[in-house]
Ligand binder design. Structure first.
Ligand SMILES: Nc1ncnc2c1ncn2[C@@H]1O[C@H](COP(=O)(O)OP(=O)(O)OP(=O)(O)O)[C@@H](O)[C@H]1O
Ligand SMILES: [Mg+2]
Length: 217
């Protein structure tokens, strides 16, 4: 129960007891520092006043034209970038006021699957190490054999053969690379995943596969 969490006692704002995530008045403005534009507005309103809440088990889609701020909103929620104003509450905790240690713990519960599976995977790392990285970082299992077993398990969950664990990202197709990204996100058993257009870089035939995979999970 969210309300029973000790951190909620420190919060000034009211907490939606049922919501896993609650965003209120979220804004991200980028200052314009040059006078190249004819109309100088002073700042780019990348994200303007987003308010929403998501329950556990719920899927919420953000839809909008290119450049309307969908990706930035996802990054603000995970605090990969800092908001200009507004609040983000995850499991009753004020994400924007967490220190680096608490933020690190939060990253276990909130994950992101990026739009471009190639640029988000380190090309010099083998698949085994890419998937093992979050497991080792968050100290979820200990010992090489245990980590390897978990990597194999995750590869199977996303429909990749564990026999390919020693390959590099470039040796996979776009859909397979996206699955590596999904396996990485799932490795820490997150409670919440931001999917930033996880299929738009893929062939139509593979889009359905990845969507089906996500909805199954
Ligand atoms: N560093 C920056 N400085 C100034 N403006 C920025 C910066 N980064 C992003 N923006 C602006 O913020 C807006 C929102 O960008 P965002 O990437 O969230 O769009 P999006 O909705 O995800 O678009 P797409 O559908 O094309 O992915 C864009 O209009 C972009 O020009
Ligand atoms: Mg985007």
């Amino acid at each position: 129960m969210v309300g029973a969490h000790p951190m909620t006692e420190d919060l000034d704002m009211p907490v939606d007891e049922g919501a896993l995530l609650r965003i209120s008045g979220l804004k991200k403005h980028f200052p314009i520092t040059s006078g190249v534009l004819q109309r100088i507005t002073g700042h780019v309103r990348a994200v303007e006043d987003v308010t929403l809440s998501i329950q556990s088990g719920e899927t919420l889609a953000l839809v909008g034209e290119s450049g309307c701020g969908k990706s930035k909103a996802g990054r603000l929620i995970l605090r990969l970038i800092e908001a200009t104003s507004g609040s983000v509450t995850f499991q009753g905790r004020d994400v924007r006021s967490l220190d680096s240690r608490a933020l690190r713990a939060l990253r276990r519960d909130m994950q992101i699957i990026f739009q471009d599976p190639f640029s988000s995977l380190n090309p010099r790392m083998r698949v085994r190490d890419l998937i093992a990285e979050p497991i080792v970082f968050h100290k979820l299992v200990h010992g090489r054999a245990q980590v390897d077993a978990r990597v194999d398990e995750l590869m199977q969950i996303v429909g990749l053969s564990p026999a390919h664990r020693n390959k590099f990202p470039h040796e996979f197709s776009g859909g397979q690379r996206q699955r590596i990204g999904i396996a990485r996100a799932l490795a820490v058993q997150p409670k919440f995943i931001v999917c930033d257009e996880p299929i738009s870089a893929l062939d139509v035939s593979i889009q359905a596969q990845v969507l089906n995979l996500l909805s199954q999970l």
